[in-house]
Design a protein around this ligand. Structure first.
Ligand code: MF3
Ligand code: CO
Length: 249
């Protein structure tokens, strides 16, 4: 069942999303060689608390942290640790969810650590652009899979693959609501998009194979071929015309 949101509810999701956007913006300065993913966690928790938000991920299905930090071949759901030190040339995907006044905003971005290779820069660019290709399809009376298809076509045209194991989702009072928003599929399938639908669209783009494995910690997803992966996510709302991106400053 898809929960359509009222304008009042959308305002609250927008406030939660604004905190998420600020976190991701502030991390641009913080992400550099020598920093541990635990340092990132402490910094993010401080920013969220200062803005009277609550981390949305901590305790979700037993997830132990306020954010996900996934390095290089890690796709999503990497757990922050003081043993994981960022090095020049790495990429790190950071996924953050915030609850504010009972509503959630959810977004992710992949950051380069120091100077990265040309190939890596291109992976990040294509992954980010694929998110916008998907968002562009979030108009009323389009269908969910129009988003999916736009993302997959763009990614594959550029020689990369999209992860199938994890999908985007509706978001509101709960982190994961209907509908699921896959990053692959044929167009014109699934529910019709309506004004008031709030969606977290989140392509995970792999340089090599789309297949992933969950590590022994029960969370961290890694690419099966060890090649890098990038993840970009925004919370958006379907309006009467163009989609509005809530997790953008
Ligand atoms: N953006 C991710 C998602 O929507 C982050 C969830 S991490 C979890 O699934 F730990 F909360 F599951
Ligand atoms: Co999400």
């Amino acid at each position: 069942m898809i929960i359509l949101k009222s304008d009042e509810e959308i305002k609250k999701i927008a406030l939660a999303s604004k905190i998420v956007a600020e976190v991701l913006r502030l991390l641009e300065e913080m992400i550099r060689p020598g920093v541990t993913t635990k340092d990132v966690e402490l910094y993010v928790e401080k920013i969220i608390r200062e803005r009277n938000g609550v981390p949305a991920f901590k305790g979700y299905r037993g997830y132990p942290s306020s954010l996900c930090t996934s390095i290089n071949q890690e796709v999503v759901h990497g757990i922050p640790s003081k043993k994981r030190v960022l090095r020049e040339g790495d990429i790190i995907s950071i996924d953050v969810g915030v609850v504010y006044k009972g509503f959630i905003g959810d977004a992710a971005r992949t950051y380069p650590v120091g100077k990265v290779s040309e190939a890596t820069r291109r992976l990040l660019q294509v992954a980010e652009d694929s998110l916008y290709k998907g968002i562009e399809k979030a108009w009323p009376s389009n269908r969910v899979s129009d988003i999916s298809h736009a993302i997959q076509s763009y990614v594959e045209k550029n020689g990369y693959s999209v992860v199938r194991t994890f999908v985007g989702h509706g978001v509101g009072r709960a982190l994961h609501e209907d509908p699921q928003v896959p990053n692959y599929g044929l167009p014109n399938k699934g529910p019709r998009l309506r004004r008031g639908m709030v969606l977290a669209i989140e392509p995970m783009v792999n340089a090599g194979t789309c297949d992933v494995t969950i590590m022994n910690d029960g969370w961290t997803a890694v690419t099966n071929d060890g090649m890098p992966s990038a993840h970009f996510e925004h919370t958006i709302v379907v309006t009467d015309d163009r989609p509005q991106i809530l997790t953008k400053l």
